[in-house]
Ligand binder design. Structure first.
Ligand SMILES: [Zn+2]
Ligand SMILES: [Zn+2]
Length: 305
């Protein structure tokens, strides 16, 4: 009897079974899929008009990936140095240097304007199209810091969309090896932003794994289950869903910090998208907020204070 296939080394089996720490985004598939999911969720939804608009914005993001010129990225040595020091290589506002992010913004504005938009949106688009680079950079910094004045929220939606493209494309060019946890896993190891939501999905050997998804660069990093993504507590964790829902989206609340982060299940809904399903389940945010739980970082397209 001959053995036709080599017997796998137990170390290799261990590697295959354990989930990768970091998953970098796959653009532009990311934005094209997101657009499809927004459009599907909009059907018969009380926020259908808004979700349709978000589908169009995600299409504009997918298109804007093509408008992004190379350059303005940290070099390979800087990235390696950052990884070794457990620093986020795309943290801070370094990707605002150069014209790239503003080119992306203008491409997004053109795409949305061509499709026809309500008068208020057209006015915001016209303002952003005419603004000087330093004003636009100021808007971008406000969005990155999460500190957007009330009057700027309409414009911030387009700025946030452009920054997501800029950061996701930059993240997609990195190698996922060698990244380390930042802030005990509570922040994105690539760009240091807070997570948008967490997503549970199937992994090797029938075990499910959880990833936190970045609100800016769309990277996802492995995070222990049943642990508060806001403060790191493993005690006092509970799960809440809207009555009658299928459990695709739940809120993981924490008694220690009174915070919550949503937890989405691809086992329940394989086509879900973190951004689209987060916005389509705003009803759950309202319910959890009424019960006294606070979301540490809002969805970047809502920017509630
Ligand atoms: Zn990130
Ligand atoms: Zn907590």
């Amino acid at each position: 009897m001959t053995i036709k296939a080599p017997i796998a080394d137990p170390v290799d089996i261990g590697k295959a079974a354990s989930a990768a720490f970091l998953r970098l985004p796959d653009v532009p598939i990311l934005f094209a899929r997101r657009a499809t999911r927004f459009a599907a969720l909009a059907q018969g939804h009380p926020m259908g008009g808004f979700l349709q608009f978000m589908a169009r914005l995600a299409e504009a993001q997918a298109d804007a990936v093509r408008a992004l010129k190379p350059g303005g990225l940290p070099d390979a040595a800087e990235i390696e140095e950052a990884k070794q020091a457990a620093m986020p290589p795309l943290g801070g506002d370094g990707l605002l240097d150069g014209p790239q992010w503003r080119d992306v913004l203008q491409a997004i504005l053109r795409w949305v304007a061509v499709g026809g938009a309500p008068p208020a949106t057209r006015q915001v688009i016209a303002e952003l199209q005419a603004e000087a680079p330093e004003i636009l950079d100021g808007r971008a910094r406000a969005v990155l810091s999460g500190d957007v004045p009330d009057l700027s929220r309409g414009a911030a939606v387009f700025v946030a969309a452009a920054l997501q493209v800029r950061w996701a494309v930059a993240a997609s060019l990195l190698s996922a090896d060698g990244f380390q946890q930042i802030d005990d896993g509570k922040r994105c190891p690539v760009c240091a932003q807070a997570p948008l939501v967490s997503v549970i999905g199937p992994a090797a050997e029938g075990q499910s794994t959880r990833y936190l998804h970045c609100r800016l660069c769309a990277s996802a990093w492995n995070y222990v289950r049943i642990k508060c993504a806001a403060c790191g507590s493993t005690e006092g964790i509970a799960y809440h869903a809207i009555e009658g829902s299928d459990g695709t989206v739940r809120a993981e609340t924490c008694d220690k910090c009174h915070g919550y982060v949503k937890i989405l299940s691809t086992e329940k809904e394989p086509t879900l998208d973190p951004m689209a399903d987060d916005l389509a389940s705003t009803g759950l945010d309202l319910m959890v907020a009424e019960a006294g739980w606070e979301r540490p970082a809002p969805n970047p397209f809502l920017l509630t204070s």
